[in-house]
Design a protein around this ligand. Sequence first.
Ligand code: NAD
Length: 257
Amino acid sequence: MRLKDKVALITGASSGIGRETAILFASEGASIAAVDVNDAGGRESVSLIEREQRQAIYIHADVSKVADCQNMVEVTEKTFGKLNILFNNAGIMHPKDDDAVNTGEDIWEVTLAVNLKGVFLGCKFGIPALRRAGGGSIINTASFVAVMGAATPQIAYTASKGGVLALSRELAIVHARENIRVNALCPGPLRTELLMKYLNTEEKKQRRLVHIPIGRFGEAREMAKAALFLASDDSSYLTGSTFLADGGITAAYVTPE
Ligand code: NAD
């Protein structure tokens, strides 16, 4: 078991990458604090874990709110006694997110609040807990759009993920001597609800698939496996990395037909 006796807090754990990671981390021996705003989904994630005789609790927290983030860390430590792994993964992609001219200020603000401020707040309260545990691993979910531009614009989302990448690098350097590793997981396009809601026609899906050398969308489970590597001691010499799990997108100039 790669996470035996570890405690992991995972935001966005009600669906997609967060849920798959919660299930995988639990199967590797970790106790899970599953955090989300979707209470029904979060409780379902917990029951999926408990069904396998593993430990998990659900905590309602909006990652853009200071008090909620403080509380999610407090409840995790109170329940399981410590925190070893912090996976700041919650994120949104607003359907009205467009180019700079057509994106409303409200869309910009809500996207930055959840995707970027949410990671900052997770770290603000999570890092002291990791220190109390003698160190640990932070994984922040960014995206391949943090390193590449797309002609189908989502200006607020892209900016938020660029921010997550920059923030993760600085955190990694600042906390390196405290035995706290920080890496940014950058998924490519996945077959999760978040993206499929956005690519809601076959034409839009095909237009995106053309750019993926592997020729298919990724699965949330594949991101969970990457997160497991970053969370565990298998990645003990990795910090500050831009960990791309993107089906080859960022390596390609022209993709095979
Ligand atoms: P998802 O929609 O399945 O999961 C996101 C979860 O975050 C949901 O359960 C949602 O309820 C939760 N959430 C939203 N706002 C929240 C808030 N304010 N506080 C707490 N929880 C909140 O999507 P996913 O694909 O699993 O996305 C997970 C992460 O991966 C996101 O950060 C996303 O930007 C990133 N990502 C996704 C893709 C993709 O193609 N799906 C690609 C690159 C990066």
